[in-house]
Design a protein around this ligand. Structure first.
Ligand code: MBD
Ligand code: FE
Length: 308
């Protein structure tokens, strides 16, 4: 860079240089009020630091920044009750998987000498709905079967255990959801009844739950928005491995949000949102049981919630 020739150029240059340097970042951070709550201060300070250092690192140009802003806006504009593009963008960048891991580590307390290992958590994803119907054990969560379902019908059962004592937990709520074989969750598909393929169950006095569902299928995450654009830019496919979402709630324990995966699915080793963990991979067993094609026993172990 050639030397500035007059005072105004010198001023412009020094503004430019200070904007590119840490003192500028510090000035932005230091503008924060002393009243800002502690956690917000920590998060915003780090966010500003990382955003600034990201922009410096890639030499972010104004048109690129605007593209990013417009992408965020478009993600918001296309989101609604049935579509959560913000979560999808997070997911393809691996951010929800990372945050999920941080959360499980932070929120669960594993007592020393615990009887069992707690079941690992997995990301919530964009398709959870509160208030799924509560069914009696053994009920089929599929409200409307379609042709071909008979080959996928599954009897699923298991026990819920306390990690510390190894004893079963009665009256725990097990909430499950999965796609239809067409790869769509109920809220994405006008052909499915409300809350199809979703249901809650309560464990009995022995900590036992049971239900019928479908052996899940792999499917592409919606890729007609920003998340899909990013996948295409990075040369990645949109497929998620076949999975069943499970959430287990019981007062006194850390709520467990997880997913189980079919070992036979090739995408189980190549998930577009980086969520699969070895211990969450299961074997759907062909069965002679009446009315179903598969059976699956899946026991779940809950850790106590950490006192924060
Ligand atoms: C899904 O079905 C899902 O579970 C996640 C995590 C992301 C996209 C689609
Ligand atoms: Fe899912």
């Amino acid at each position: 860079m050639s030397a500035p020739t007059d005072a105004s150029a010198q001023r412009a240059l020094s503004t430019f240089q200070s904007t590119l340097s840490d003192p500028f970042t510090n000035a932005v951070i230091n503008a924060m009020s002393p009243e800002t709550p502690e956690r917000a201060r920590v998060v915003l300070t780090s966010l500003i630091r990382h955003l600034h250092s990201f922009a410096r690192d890639v030499n972010l140009l104004h048109p690129e920044w605007l593209l990013g802003v417009n992408t965020l806006n478009r993600a918001g504009q296309m989101s609604n009750d049935a579509r959560n593009e913000g979560i999808l963008v997070s997911d393809v960048l691996g951010l929800e998987a990372l945050v999920d891991q941080i959360t499980q580590d932070a929120m669960t307390s594993m007592a020393e000498g615990a009887a069992k290992e707690a079941t690992l958590s997995c990301i919530l994803g964009p398709f959870f709905r509160e208030n799924a119907p509560l069914y009696q054990n053994g009920t089929d969560i599929v409200q409307k079967h379609s042709e071909g379902d008979e080959k996928l019908r599954t009897f699923m059962d298991g026990h819920i255990y306390d990690a510390e004592t190894g004893k079963p937990i009665a009256d725990a709520e097990v909430d499950l959801w999965h796609t239809n074989p067409n790869g769509l969750y109920e809220q994405q598909d006008p052909e499915q009844p409300e809350y199809n393929n979703r249901g809650k169950f309560k464990t009995d006095a022995n900590g036992y739950y049971s239900l019928e569902c479908l052996c899940p299928t792999s499917y592409p995450i919606p890729y007609d928005g920003p998340a899909g654009d990013m996948l295409k830019l990075m040369g990645r496919h949109p497929m998620r491995p076949a999975h069943i979402h499970i959430m287990v709630r019981k007062p006194g324990y850390a709520t467990l949000t997880t997913q189980i995966y079919d070992r036979r699915d090739p995408y189980t080793l190549d998930d577009s949102v980086f969520a699969v963990k070895d211990s969450l991979i299961v074997d759907f067993k062909e069965t002679e049981k009446k009315g179903v094609a598969y059976e699956l026993t899946y026991d779940i172990t809950l850790a106590k919630a950490k006192d924060l």
